[in-house]
Each structure stands twice: as structure tokens, then as C-alpha cells.
Ligand binder design. Structure first.
Ligand SMILES: [Zn+2]
Length: 158
């Protein structure tokens, strides 16, 4: 709750509110003031590993619920990575899948692809974990990438 309400005792807060510190820089990167916003979504030090891990855990929750929906085998624990290809008679899922297209598509990597064999439908699922101020921009970016990919796939099928 403290992080959500922006009252977590970050260094920036300790300076501005408590007046108990001089250096506001985040202890991990020392690039920017230590704020909740910086820690949860802006830090370059965390971007390559912690944010990716968070993203994969969120995508894993979605993945496991898709497995439940179609009766597919799924990882037993939340920290286990899904298999690249998972299938049974009803469906097939692709995890972290690189979709081949005839021309270069900016984002042709998809978090989850679900192929519903009975209904002959497929869904491309991309997961993002943006900070609230960044939702609109991220949503727009993802819709553009998905539309581009969908268009390429439809044309490839002709
Ligand atoms: Zn940082």
C-alpha cells in the first residue's frame, strides 16, 4: 500500500518529507532520484532482468489459465517457465514465440500464441506491465505491433 500511495520511504521521500538524507539517488543505479516510479518502471539497471522476470511471471499466470481452459499440461509452480510448444487434441500454445513473416516486422515476437483446434482460431497474446502513467502509450504501441503482425500473417496465408 505504501508503494501504491507513493509514501514508501524512498530516498527522495526521506529528503523531501523527513529531511533525513542528502543524496536522493537510487542506491542501485545512482542515475536518478530514488522514487517508487523509478524503482518499479524506469530503472535501466532493472530493465534487463527484474522487469523481464516480472513480465514473465505475469505472462505465466495468463499462460497457466489458458492451459486450464484447454486441459493442457502446465508448469506445477509459478516460477517454472512454460514449455516452448504445448499441445493436446484441443489446442496448441507457443510460448515466447518468434513468428516468421515474409517481410521484416518490428515486433514479431509474441509472448503467447494459442491455437484453438476445434474452433479453428488463433490468438496472439502480448503482455505488458506498464506503470499507470504509461498504459495508454504502451497499449497504443502493442495494438500497432499486433495489427502489423496480423496483417502480415493474413497476407502470408493468401
Ligand atoms: Zn535507476
Amino acid at each position: 500500500m505504501a508503494a501504491q500511495e507513493q509514501v514508501h520511504p524512498t530516498r527522495q521521500l526521506q529528503i523531501k518529507i523527513h529531511h533525513t538524507r542528502d543524496d536522493p539517488r537510487y542506491r542501485l543505479c545512482k542515475d536518478a532520484p530514488e522514487t517508487v516510479k523509478h524503482i518499479i518502471s524506469e530503472c535501466k539497471q532493472l530493465a534487463g532482468n527484474a522487469y523481464t522476470e516480472r513480465h514473465d511471471h505475469v505472462a505465466g499466470v495468463v499462460y497457466r489459465s489458458i492451459c486450464d481452459e484447454y486441459g493442457l499440461n502446465k508448469p506445477q509452480h509459478w516460477w517454472e517457465a512454460p514449455v516452448k510448444v504445448n499441445k493436446n487434441d484441443h489446442a496448441k500454445t507457443l510460448w515466447d514465440f518468434h513468428i516468421r513473416t515474409d517481410k521484416h516486422v518490428l515486433a514479431n515476437q509474441s509472448d503467447i500464441v494459442v491455437v484453438d483446434k476445434e474452433n479453428k482460431r488463433a490468438a496472439i497474446i502480448d503482455i505488458a506491465v506498464p506503470n499507470d502513467y504509461n498504459i495508454a502509450r504502451k497499449e497504443k504501441e502493442m495494438f500497432r505491433n499486433i495489427a502489423l503482425l496480423e496483417n502480415r500473417l493474413k497476407n502470408a496465408g493468401k
